[in-house]
Design a protein around this ligand. Structure first.
Ligand SMILES: C=C(O[C@@H]1C=C(C(=O)O)C=C[C@H]1O)C(=O)O
Length: 302
């Protein structure tokens, strides 16, 4: 999964470098959604206490939350969450077995974690749409075998595969959204005086107006539609005569609901990223003296 290299010595607050990671994360998110879309919805894995096998183990939550807990428990011991761009979904994780890497201090201390919102919109609004094609195909198969009952139609039993792929999607969306902190620090560092009065007045609307770049968002959505449309095609290349100089032909079928991918960004990922940016700004002056704030107001990197 794409990430800034925090130990390379390059400027971690270059907005161009940060945005290039966001662009690469688009590919990661699209491809992981394509993989998840191969399996049916399997709504049972998102329901609380739906597996007696888990409650018998003393775990209360959904199958997916159990997957997250088990995976993140190990990753925490491998010091994944000491990295400034990694945020867990689970609470009460163990300390790392290794000492943390000596990352440069880039972000201002904060406890912002938007993962509960990400888990909610992904399981409630995205999974049902992304898996609709596989679910309809399953329903047709089951009807042909005389099976009825809608709950049956959405369940292909691939609970492990579905949850494994859900975790990959969730981790890539989480990284993408929390990169909003680096974007926000970069914008603040460039011109602190523009932000400080609104931070002091807790003016979320003014801060959101300052961090919002409509042209960047517009270009992103156009690029995202092109990527999702292209990646969703089946390129059949074996032995096919080249078509217009390109070997292989594209199938009409699409491996993913392209409009859903665009809506995921437009309605969920971009708004939540901006919420993280504003939340980060609102804690950016915490603990600073009036003199330190005054000095910040006079500093400007551009
Ligand atoms: C991430 C940025 O900040 C905002 C959020 C964006 C997004 O989530 O894609 C894009 C532009 C800005 O409105 C940025 O300026 O690049």
């Amino acid at each position: 999964m794409p990430s800034l290299n925090f130990t390379s010595g390059e400027d971690p607050l270059s907005l161009d470098r940060i945005r290039s990671v966001l662009v690469r994360l688009e590919d990661t998110i699209i491809f992981s959604l394509i993989e998840r879309a191969q399996f049916a919805h399997n709504p049972r894995i998102y329901q609380q206490d739906a597996f007696k096998e888990l409650t018998d183990l003393g775990f209360h939550g959904s199958w997916l939350e159990w997957f997250l807990k088990e995976i993140e428990f190990f990753h925490a011991k491998a010091r994944r969450y000491t990295s400034p761009d990694e945020y867990p979904f689970s609470a009460d994780l163990p300390e790392p077995v290794l000492p943390p890497l000596d990352f440069p201090t880039i972000l201002y201390p904060n406890k912002i974690n938007a993962n509960p919102s990400i888990l909610s919109f992904y399981t409630n609004a995205i999974v049902p749409r992304i898996t609709r094609r596989a679910t309809l195909a399953l329903a047709a198969q089951k009807r042909a075998h005389g099976i009825t009952g809608s709950a049956e139609f959405e369940d292909d039993g691939n609970y492990g595969s579905a949850a494994t792929l859900d975790v990959e999607v969730l981790q890539s969306i989480s990284k993408r959204v929390h990169y909003g902190k680096f974007v926000s620090e970069s914008k603040f560092a460039e011109n602190p005086a523009a932000f400080i009065p609104h931070i002091l007045k807790r003016n979320r609307e003014a801060l959101e107006g300052l961090i919002t770049k409509p042209e960047v968002e517009r270009k992103l959505l156009v690029r995202l539609h092109k990527k999702a449309s292209t990646y969703a095609q089946d390129i059949v290349g074996d032995g096919e005569a080249p078509v217009n100089g390109v070997s292989g032909k594209t199938s009409a079928s699409s491996k993913i609901d392209v409009d859903c991918v665009v809506d995921l960004y437009e309605s969920y990922i971009i708004p939540l990223t901006k919420e993280v940016e504003v939340d980060y700004l609102l804690c950016r002056l915490e603990g600073l003296s009036q003199e330190e704030i005054n000095n910040l107001s006079k500093s400007k990197t551009s």
